[in-house]
Design a protein around this ligand. Structure first.
Ligand SMILES: NC(=O)N[C@@H](CC(=O)O)C(=O)O
Ligand SMILES: [Zn+2]
Ligand SMILES: [Zn+2]
Length: 437
């Protein structure tokens, strides 16, 4: 049995008067004032803080197996717990690729052993992410890891016939296909957003149409297959418009935006620092604005980090040689506060929606993103909205340090994360089930 946790004087969703919340045995036991806990209960002072459902990340790269020098299930889980996450989806572009139940079950088991966050493996859509042959989605879905989401992320499933078949299978299996929308013929050698900045800097451009053409195509394929499609890391104003249109047609489409696409634009590239290289690339201010508005009005369903750890030698090199990707798990909430809450585009209910409820719904997790009520699973995060902190890559829990926010002072901090009634992170310290960190 999990020892009880009593959170005192906290405002649920940042609304109403402060209350006490008693957690025990995986569930919320009581909500009220002046609650009493057992003698061995852990008491957390929630004064001035906000209680939200634990965050769910549909897009995380944990690099295990294959690049354990850059991140592992262990280190990535620590980053997730510190960032307020209670569930993450670990992308399939590992080495070996997660295109078989052996790999997906391994990732799931490692996650359970570490116990800091529920690590849900994402299965590859095609064998080896090569885009030629469908992977055994059904076998992965039936494994102990119960794969619920499939993606070739890192690469686009660009063959329309294969994508169509994948969508058809996914509909019958009841799983989700997440597409990295990138028409590869339009992005040969591309390293930066195609626009005035890339032209001036002499960087090969990645046009918006490379993303948007695949979003449009996949919306139509999903319509015809009677399937759902999820768009990874939406980065352009046009993608927001296309998702809006598709939904108005009754098409089952969902989309995520990353924190970095909500905050940063391609003016960052002036320094030629590889830290700013990411797929899809940082776009223009007008795209950032459209993505924020799209997230605020629900056209974009959720925030997903695309946490992409890379080794120093793979980032600290010529811009065009740098690997694309940025850390995101520990900074996501602060970026959402900075870009959405502070400007008045989202309230705390809205944060709960885009960081927890919608992602859980999209992928069909029934124990996450739940209302904060008695009897519901105790997967929760406690947030101090009034504090500020300065990001230092070396102080993050990830093995890699490639944060684009180095030395930036950001608002808001996760103080405590609770998974099934057990504290997984508190004031930056993490509490794994295994002692081998
Ligand atoms: N986002 C990135 O720039 N990189 C991701 C792959 C991906 O999400 O496309 C990675 O695996 O490093
Ligand atoms: Zn991607
Ligand atoms: Zn990714």
């Amino acid at each position: 049995m999990t020892p009880q946790v009593l959170i005192r004087n906290v405002r649920i969703y940042g609304e109403g008067d402060p209350v006490d919340v008693l957690l025990g045995d995986e569930q919320i036991l009581a909500i009220g004032t002046g609650l009493d806990a057992g003698a061995d209960a852990e008491v957390v002072d929630g004064k001035g803080q906000i209680l939200l459902p634990g965050f769910v990340d549909l897009h995380t790269h944990l690099r295990e197996p294959g690049r354990e020098d850059t991140e592992t299930v262990d280190s990535g889980s620590a980053a997730a717990a510190r960032g307020g996450y209670t569930a993450v989806f670990a992308m399939a572009n590992t080495d070996p690729v997660a295109d078989s139940v052996v790999v997906t079950d391994h990732v799931w088991r490692r996650g359970r052993e570490v116990g800091l966050v529920d690590v849900h493996p994402v299965g590859a859509v095609t064998v080896g992410l090569e885009g030629r042959q469908l992977a055994e989605m059904g076998t992965m879905a039936a494994g102990v890891g119960r794969v619920k989401m499939f993606s070739d992320d890192g690469k686009c499933v660009h063959d329309p016939l294969l994508m169509r078949r994948a969508l058809e299978y996914s509909a019958s299996l009841g799983v989700l296909i997440a597409q990295h929308a990138e028409e590869p013929r339009l992005t040969v050698g591309a390293v930066a957003h195609e626009g005035p900045t890339a032209a001036r800097l002499g960087l090969t451009g990645w046009p918006r149409a490379a993303e948007e053409s695949v979003v449009a195509r996949d919306a139509l394929l999903a319509r015809d297959a009677g399937a759902r499609v999820h768009i990874c890391h939406a980065s352009t104003a046009g993608t927001v418009e296309l998702v809006r249109w598709a939904r108005s047609q009754g098409i089952s489409i969902s989309a995520e935006v990353t924190p970095h696409h909500l905050l940063l634009d391609d003016s960052r590239l002036e320094s030629y620092d590889g830290i700013n290289r990411v797929n899809p690339p940082l776009r223009e201010k007008s795209d950032v604005e459209a993505l924020r508005r799209g997230l605020a009005d629900g056209t974009i369903d959720c925030v997903a980090t695309d946490h992409a750890p890379h080794a120093e030698q793979d980032k600290c090199c010529e811009f065009s040689q740098a690997r694309p990707g940025m850390l995101g798990l520990e900074t996501a909430l602060s970026i959402v506060i900075e870009t959405m809450v502070r400007p008045g585009l989202l309230d705390w209910r809205g944060v709960a929606k885009v960081m927890s409820e919608r992602p859980a719904e999209i992928v069909g997790l029934d124990d996450q993103g739940r209302p904060i009520e008695v009897g519901e699973p105790a997967n929760l995060v406690l947030v101090d909205p009034d504090t500020e902190w300065t990001v230092r890559g070396r102080e993050l829990a990830s093995i890699s340090h490639n944060t684009p926010y180095e030395d930036m002072t950001l608002p808001g901090k996760v103080t405590t994360t609770v998974l099934r009634g057990r504290i997984t992170a508190r004031d930056g310290e993490v509490f794994p089930l295994t002692g081998e960190r």
